[in-house]
Design a protein around this ligand. Structure first.
Ligand SMILES: C[S@@+](CC[C@H](N)C(=O)[O-])C[C@H]1O[C@@H](n2cnc3c(N)ncnc32)[C@H](O)[C@@H]1O
Length: 391
């Protein structure tokens, strides 16, 4: 492959968080069809000359600040050894910064026009796999399993090739990563023409954990309209995916990150987020840093995903999530009323008291540990009631 010319961003990255910078400056591959230079005006005129209108329906607000994009990659701690899933590469602006780390990137883009441009622009980049499709229609579990398998294969190559010449190592890695995974790990996103992935595969087909030295990360400037749905699908992937770093609406970022019960914006998603992850608010992204300028500011949030063994222990994850949703369906009402007819008011009061919570508590008064204790108490009580009937 012909070597891509590289250029440097001309400023030192500004610190946006307490996170130590991995590199003092970034080298960004000089690919990406609208980034000479990366400004709002250049983005606007490139889109115009390509006769492309940003689509509101796809949440197309492109980040026009290279410094912010570089800072996102730094905050996500993307390393050459990582495997990264990017949702919505759009113009390839963030993708370029991800690729500059030499991580392997799989990017899923729904837009028919932009995907063609991306394919053309990045056709010589071996560590990028582009998938055309709606990320919410893909089998995300299978996609993650495929990426974990690629990470494990690459990790194995690392150890095998550690004594080899650097050039030989690079060739081996590229060959291995371009080969399809073993049949039990194969699925559709490798086929770029497909917008769906077979749902018959599961994450159980991922490589054994001890081989998984490389992390699978998700980094994305998400279209705002799929934030909740995407988080609901990805948060439970802890153990396979290590971290999500996503740009979301500022207001939503605070709602998800702040764990304090009782706030007016405390919602079921706040609790669910803290059950599955440790979320950290990284930095504000002013709306003027996007083109077209959206109605609200954005923020970068990283969600460090907890593997099942590190989550608060509950006697049934599905039931626990359903209970949270049910209790929050009327979050200002007392739980002893909202949880009917699943549980009687007396059962709920007893479970709350046993968990050290007031019997007239509302869903918005409980943190994740208290919710888990209440759920476990209710489950235990139900089991006891069933066995009493059977005797
Ligand atoms: C906010 S833009 C981000 C673009 C670019 N990555 C950036 O940082 O500026 C969102 C991108 O996601 C794409 N997109 C929207 N819905 C999608 C979906 N369901 N699946 C995959 N991509 C989607 C849009 O076409 C757009 O390119």
């Amino acid at each position: 492959m012909e070597e891509q010319p590289r250029r440097r961003t001309d400023e030192q990255p500004r610190r946006r968080s307490e996170e130590p910078l991995l590199k003092e400056d970034f080298e960004v591959p000089a690919v990406g069809w609208m980034w000479e230079p990366n400004t709002a005006a250049a983005t606007k005129s490139s889109l115009k000359s390509a006769n492309i209108k940003a689509k509101k329906s796809l949440g197309q607000n492109f980040c026009t600040d290279d410094q912010i994009l570089a800072d996102i990659v730094t905050a996500a701690r993307v390393a050459p050894s990582d495997v990264v899933i990017e949702v919505g590469p759009g113009t390839g602006n963030l993708t370029r910064h991800l690729l500059a780390t030499r991580a392997r990137v799989l990017a899923v883009e729904k837009d028919d026009t932009l995907i063609e441009r991306l394919r053309e622009e990045f056709k010589q980049v071996p560590n990028l796999q582009l998938v055309h499709g709606d990320v919410m229609r893909l089998d995300l579990k299978a996609l993650v399993a495929q990426m974990a398998a690629a990470a494990a294969a690459a990790a194995q190559l690392d150890s095998q090739a550690s004594s080899n010449e650097p050039q030989q190592e690079q060739q081996q890695q590229q060959q291995q990563l371009q080969q399809p995974p073993p049949p039990e790990q194969q699925q559709q996103p490798a086929d770029e023409s497909s917008s769906s992935i077979s749902s018959s595969r599961s994450s159980s087909s991922a490589a054994p954990a001890k081989q998984r030295r490389r992390g699978v990360k998700v980094v994305a400037n998400l279209p705002y309209n799929i934030t909740k749905e995407f988080l609901q699908a990805m948060l439970p992937q802890g153990g396979v995916v290590s971290e999500l770093s996503i740009m979301i609406q500022e207001e939503v970022a605070h709602r998800l990150v702040d764990p304090t019960p009782g706030r007016p914006d405390y919602r079921a998603m706040s609790l669910i987020t803290h059950y599955y992850s440790k979320p950290v608010y990284r930095f504000l992204i002013p709306k003027e840093k996007y083109f077209p300028v959206p109605g609200v500011d954005g923020a970068l949030v990283t969600f460090k995903l907890l593997p099942p063994s590190k989550r608060v222990q509950v006697s049934g994850e599905r039931g626990f999530i359903s209970l949270i949703n049910k209790a929050f369906s009327e979050r200002r009402k007392m739980m002893r009323n909202t949880l009917q007819p699943l549980y009687t008011p007396q059962q709920v009061e007893a479970a709350l008291q046993k968990a050290g919570v007031r019997p007239d508590a509302r869903a918005q008064d409980l943190d994740v540990e208290q919710f888990a204790a209440v759920y476990n108490n209710l489950q235990a009580e139900q089991i006891a009631a069933v066995s009493a009937v059977q005797q």
